[in-house]
Design a protein around this ligand. Structure first.
Ligand SMILES: CC(C)(COP(=O)(O)OP(=O)(O)OC[C@H]1O[C@@H](n2cnc3c(N)ncnc32)[C@H](O)[C@@H]1OP(=O)(O)O)[C@@H](O)C(=O)NCCC(=O)NCCS
Length: 246
């Protein structure tokens, strides 16, 4: 468990720091009253109570930030399915964003491969979208193992008509297990029940059979072909109206 080490390193640093300053803070909080016995006893009690408390705080603080770096978060998911948890992207997520969108297989049908700079841009855009429109392609995690599986969510499509675009990007290891369908159904429900969507739009690369199958299965209706700049192609495009949702 390599993530434990930074936590212990921090605890040791804090213990050393406090041990070296013991005399100073003992005097400053008035324990040095002249009677050596009382002073030693009080100091002993403080050291027993305070050091472990500080150590636990320091450990948890470092533990959380270390886990964050590898994609784990101590915070709660705002949306869950039987197997998946949704949270929001943060700047600390660059490593997992890179693992997802830096994979040429994932971006094959959405204008990839993407450079490191493009992935960073995409991450920043997702974070911005959450603050301006309360939606994004939220990062999703397996509830059982907390592994990062990909992202699924919404982005504005026709804001004035409350139409959002649905999208799902999974890391290849997680394809073919029904996770895209599970994540999409949760996003659709969230869109209509909590975000105020009136309809959802979705499109796919003409050669993306998985995406086509998924959209039809979710109840989307093919409406037109639409030019998609990142691929330079016309993508089959679909709508799911609130009244028609499964
Ligand atoms: C498209 C993508 C999300 C599908 O994810 P997935 O987890 O494999 O999909 P699911 O397992 O939930 O499958 C949903 C349905 O699609 C079908 N399907 C999956 N891959 C397929 C393929 N290559 N060809 C045809 N159908 C396929 C499944 O069989 C399932 O239908 P079924 O229940 O009737 O059998 C995934 O391949 C992906 O992330 N691709 C890269 C990003 C991308 O292109 N996203 C789409 C544009 S937003």
């Amino acid at each position: 468990m390599p993530w434990v080490l930074p936590g212990f390193a921090k605890v040791s640093r804090i213990l050393l720091l406090h041990a070296s300053r013991w005399d100073f803070w003992r005097r400053s909080i008035g324990l040095d009253v002249g009677r050596t016995g009382l002073s030693l006893f009080s100091g002993y009690c403080y050291s027993i109570a305070l050091f472990p408390a500080l150590s636990v705080c320091a450990f948890l603080w470092d533990y959380n930030s270390t886990l964050t770096k590898v994609g784990f978060h101590m915070d709660q998911f705002f949306l869950e399915t039987p197997r998946l948890g949704f949270r929001h992207w943060s700047n600390a997520d660059l490593p997992i964003a890179q693992a997802l969108w830096g994979d040429a297989e994932v971006t094959r049908f959405i204008g990839g491969p993407w450079s490191k700079e493009k992935v960073q841009e995409r991450l920043s855009a997702e974070i911005e979208l959450a603050s301006t429109h309360n939606v994004q392609y939220w990062p999703i995690f397996l509830l059982e193992t907390r592994e990062h599986a990909g992202c699924a969510g919404l982005r504005p499509y026709r804001t004035e008509a409350c139409v959002y675009e649905l999208g799902v990007h999974l890391r290849p290891f997680y394809w073919g297990q029904g996770l895209a369908e599970e994540a999409s159904r949760a996003v659709i429900k969230h869109a209509f029940e909590n975000i105020g969507a009136k309809a959802l739009f979705a499109g796919h690369h003409p050669a993306n059979a998985a995406s086509q199958h998924l959209l039809l299965k979710l109840g989307f209706r093919h409406t037109h072909e639409e030019f998609y700049a990142p691929t330079g192609l016309h993508h089959p495009s679909y709508l799911l109206e609130s009244s028609l949702r499964p």
